[in-house]
Design a protein around this ligand. Structure first.
Ligand code: KIV
Length: 280
């Protein structure tokens, strides 16, 4: 039977995550739905309602398919399913880049309508004003630099960052700008190990790596990639801990065959006048 959620919210806040810098690695996963949040919550420090939901659950080609309404609906579901993890909701593309005022309005909507602990947005030096304004409005922000999925069309694909001196300098400038703007943590995605290590050593907020090595203060993966549910491309840096695609395919195959053979429903799954009671 599923574990009951505690009635009192004893969540890990952004401040507690910030204080974990340099300590036991911070465990993070994405979550988009109530049942998955319930399953993951006891095991992780932070749940990210990533805009990867647009690709993973909605079948869009990139994260640009995410909208504010989509993020809020999934954020509400994850909040209902979690009791202790710090829940962070991604700001989708087009809801924060134009101005600090636009960023604050979108972040207020996300936090106001979901009750999540923080928001995340992509960008470094170019988004420092937005991060500072959201933090000044009282909302904790997680930064995201390196490979930025919202920019893959502009970048010509999912490209690893930190291979040229110029790019390394830009990544370091981005990390310092995000820290100075007041973010409580920083996701570093798709970046070479030495650069992730260098950034982790330079800034006082925890770095959360995804394809950025164990030199980071914590790790995050997309849940569907990690449990083998993703049907499209899975990045090279993912370790698959389960193969749920095969489990589901086998279950569907058995169900189809039993329905066609009139094996299901069997005696245990039908009602008569005298058995089963009133409840379905
Ligand atoms: O949207 C997402 O899932 C993310 C993670 C990959 C960090 O931003």
């Amino acid at each position: 039977m599923a574990t009951q959620l505690p009635t009192t919210d004893i969540r890990i806040g952004a401040d507690l995550i910030r204080r974990r810098k340099g300590g036991t690695p911070i465990v993070c996963l994405t979550a988009y739905t109530y049942p998955i949040a319930r399953l993951l919550d006891p095991h992780v420090d932070l749940l990210l309602v990533g805009d990867s939901v647009a690709m993973v659950l909605h079948g869009h080609e990139t994260t640009l398919g995410a909208s504010l309404e989509m993020m809020i609906a999934h954020g509400q579901a994850v909040m209902r399913g979690s009791a202790r993890a710090c829940v962070v909701v991604d700001m989708p593309a087009g809801t924060y880049e134009d101005s600090a005022a636009q960023a604050v309005a979108s972040a207020r909507r996300i936090v106001g309508e979901t009750g999540c602990q923080a928001v995340k947005l992509e960008g470094g030096v170019d988004m420092a004003a937005q991060i500072a304004a959201i933090v000044a409005a009282g909302i904790p922000v997680m930064g995201h630099i390196g490979l930025q999925p919202q920019s893959v069309e502009k970048d010509g694909g999912y490209k690893i960052k930190g291979r040229t001196d110029e790019n390394v300098a830009a990544l370091i400038a981005d990390a310092l700008a995000v820290e100075k703007a007041g973010a409580f943590s920083l996701v570093i995605e798709g970046t070479i190990e030495t650069v992730a290590a260098d950034i982790t050593g330079r800034i006082a907020i925890p770095t959360i790596g995804i394809g950025a090595s164990s030199e980071c203060d914590g790790q995050i993966l997309v849940i569907d990639d990690m449990v083998g549910l993703t049907v499209d491309r899975v990045p090279k840096f993912v370790k698959q801990y389960a193969d749920l695609r095969s489990v589901i395919a086998h279950a569907a195959e058995r169900y189809a065959s039993e329905v066609r053979d009139r094996e299901f429903p069997g005696r245990a799954h039908v009602f008569s006048k005298t058995n089963g009671g009133d409840e379905a």
